[in-house]
Design a protein around this ligand. Sequence first.
Ligand SMILES: [Zn+2]
Length: 295
Amino acid sequence: MTDTSSTDRSFLHGHSEGGVWDKAGAPTGQDAWRPLDLGQGVYALEVDGGNPGGTIGMLVGDESSVLIDNGLEKSAAVTVAATEKLAGGPIDYLISTHLHADHVGCNATYAAAGTTIISHVDTRRLLSVDDTFDKAGLPVLTFSDRATIHLNGLTLELIPFANAHTLSDTIVHFVEANIIHTGDLFFNKIYPFMDLDNGGNIDGFIAAQRQIIDMANDDTVIIAGHGPIGNKAEMQTAVDLLLAIKATMKPLIEQGMSMEDVLQENPLSVFEHLAWFHITTERMTKIIYHLLTEG
Ligand SMILES: [Zn+2]
């Protein structure tokens, strides 16, 4: 068996040509998802442009195939094609890390194809009351603490975190392969997002990231939900960013500044280079203001 811990993984940080996208940002070709071979049958499917959804994880091998998240519903056709091509057939298991539409958008499509969907019990509960979610894609197998899956000679530990990115987030630790798929508990080199309406919390997010860092060593590949695939040092940088944002905002709030005054002062302007898609510096400021005043 390949010892991936000693493999040169510097290629992970390279960039290749992006896929082809229509005007709505939906992928139009199977190559939109770029599979990265991380070793021992574990893959990450990334994109260089457009917005098909969060980074997908996969395990392929002789016994079974496992998918972690599956992007937006609008991308279903190319996502199913790309993942089935990699797996060599229909997907056996799907792990849904959390409720967001850019991670569970194709759940119903996979369920219809016979895939067994797994999630934390709280993620299923949130999905079951989400009017935008197709209930045909609800997880059929849930766990309330940790769960362990043994497939293709590998151990997959499913570890839940409460009140971090959302109320219920799960990471998947490929133990022997030394790879962690973080769901959305890691935004690499971009602003993180905490979902105010669904139990997101800045201190919970920091605590979750610190636990993941404790599980990792310098060779661990840490798959970010958004942004490039990272490592332990980059995850520490993400923790430091949140601590810096908190330290910048807290004194202003303690002075009694209103949201409008804080937005006017724009204290997070030094982090402007981390803005992406819909997470602008203004939106980040509003989210942190709410989290620090309502907590
Ligand atoms: Zn999310």
